[in-house]
Design a binder for this molecule. Structure first.
Ligand code: SAH
Length: 218
């Protein structure tokens, strides 16, 4: 159950081909998806489904994002090997592990204490673990800012001001923005201290971003 086998690697190759057909182009992102054993981020009951291009429950009413969504957001981030990246919504830790294939400087924050503890145990066993935090990620991580890239993996009602402020000039924020049912993916670049440009992309469905700059407490 806790191992990666030849069969799993074969299923990952098939998943990578599916993502390529669906329009993911960045070879570094496809390679990362091909390497990270997604089944190890699942509860035992769902493990047989780990290489389907679907979202699945991870407990606490939350989900592990669909591989297409993970690949799409990661491609938009354009991570360079020296980038400091902040992820909001650690969840299962899968997206975090994909980011770690692209840069060793990954910070991730999770709001839900139960998920945080479970996932921290899983990720801290890695050879070069990420920096993990439990708290309200809608406020970012001011003590570790600025970041070159910020990725939000939950749906936000607005562009959270604290996250914009914690971007380095030239850095990018990738975030789904909308109502509780659908959100549009946004890519915001900090062009200078005061100027931001933004691109509006495809529609998605994420679980809500909670917290002060999100939908509030729950
Ligand atoms: N990136 C995750 C997807 C998790 S779903 C993965 O790869 O599995 C979104 C996650 O965001 C949930 O775990 C939810 O608890 C978390 N979340 C929601 N609001 C948050 C907030 N304000 N700060 C940090 N995490 C938050």
């Amino acid at each position: 159950m806790h191992t990666d086998t030849y069969r799993h690697r074969g299923m990952r190759r098939t998943l990578v081909e599916e993502l390529r057909r669906k329009g993911i182009r960045d070879e570094r992102v496809l390679t990362a998806i091909g390497v990270v054993p997604r089944h190890l981020f699942f509860d035992a009951a769902f493990q047989p489904h780990a290489y389907q291009d679907k979202a699945f429950p991870i407990g606490e009413g939350q989900t592990i994002s669909q591989p297409y969504t993970v690949a799409y957001q990661t491609e938009l981030l354009q991570v360079r090997p020296t980038d400091r990246v902040l992820e909001i919504g650690t969840g299962s830790g899968y997206q975090c592990s994909v980011l770690l294939e692209l840069t060793p400087h990954v910070f991730s924050i999770e709001y839900n204490q139960v998920l945080f503890e479970r996932t921290a145990r899983r990720l801290m066993a890695m050879q070069r673990p990420p920096h993990l935090f439990c708290g309200d990620g809608s406020l970012g991580l001011p003590q570790h800012a600025p970041f070159d890239k910020i990725l939000v993996t939950a749906g936000s009602p607005t562009l959270p001001r604290p996250l914009l402020r914690q971007l380095r000039v030239g850095g990018a924020l990738v975030i789904p923005v909308g109502d509780e049912t659908t959100q549009r993916m946004m890519r915001v670049v900090r062009e200078s201290e005061e100027e931001f440009s933004r691109q509006e992309l495809e529609e998605f469905r994420f679980v809500p971003l909670l917290g002060q700059a999100g939908w509030g407490k729950q």
